[in-house]
Design a protein around this ligand. Structure first.
Ligand SMILES: [Fe+2]
Ligand SMILES: [Fe+2]
Length: 141
């Protein structure tokens, strides 16, 4: 049974809230990461934070377009640590979750014949995959 529009808007609002969390978490981690060996991933993480804000902006616009009201709440807490590896693992977990959610959301958007939205979500999904790859590379995986 396809997802209802009401349920779909709820899920998109959760995705939006996760983008807020990702943006804040990356911003905080960029300040905490230290050491010459981590300078390259630190630059990437600063960029990731800006890209998560971009995703939030796209989702907020799309939610409104579909008749919903974009959330302004950060429902999910950031994960923090003082250890570089631990932080990168926390960020990678977030990206893998985003990939899982957006893969599901694209399928749901297509079920609802929202092809414009599916296209936007595909662009976001591709960026989340790049983020995950940056982190995996920095973690030597
Ligand atoms: Fe994102
Ligand atoms: Fe991301």
């Amino acid at each position: 049974m396809p997802v209802t529009m009401k349920k779909f808007l709820e899920l998109l609002n959760k995705d939006l809230s996760w983008e807020y969390t990702a943006m804040v978490q990356y911003t905080q981690h960029s300040g905490v990461l230290t050491g010459a060996a981590y300078m390259s991933i630190k630059k990437e993480i600063i960029l990731h934070a800006q890209e998560e804000l971009g995703h939030a902006t796209i989702l907020a616009g799309q939610i409104t377009f579909l008749g919903g009201f974009p959330t302004a709440e950060m429902l999910y807490p950031c994960h923090t640590a003082k250890d570089n590896i631990k932080m990168l693992e926390q960020d990678l977990d977030g990206e893998l979750d985003a990939i899982r959610r957006y893969t599901e959301r694209i399928a749901q958007a297509e079920e609802l014949n929202l092809y414009h939205l599916a296209q936007n979500l595909r662009n976001i999904l591709a960026m989340e995959q790049e983020h995950a790859m940056d982190l995996q590379e920095a973690l030597g995986r």
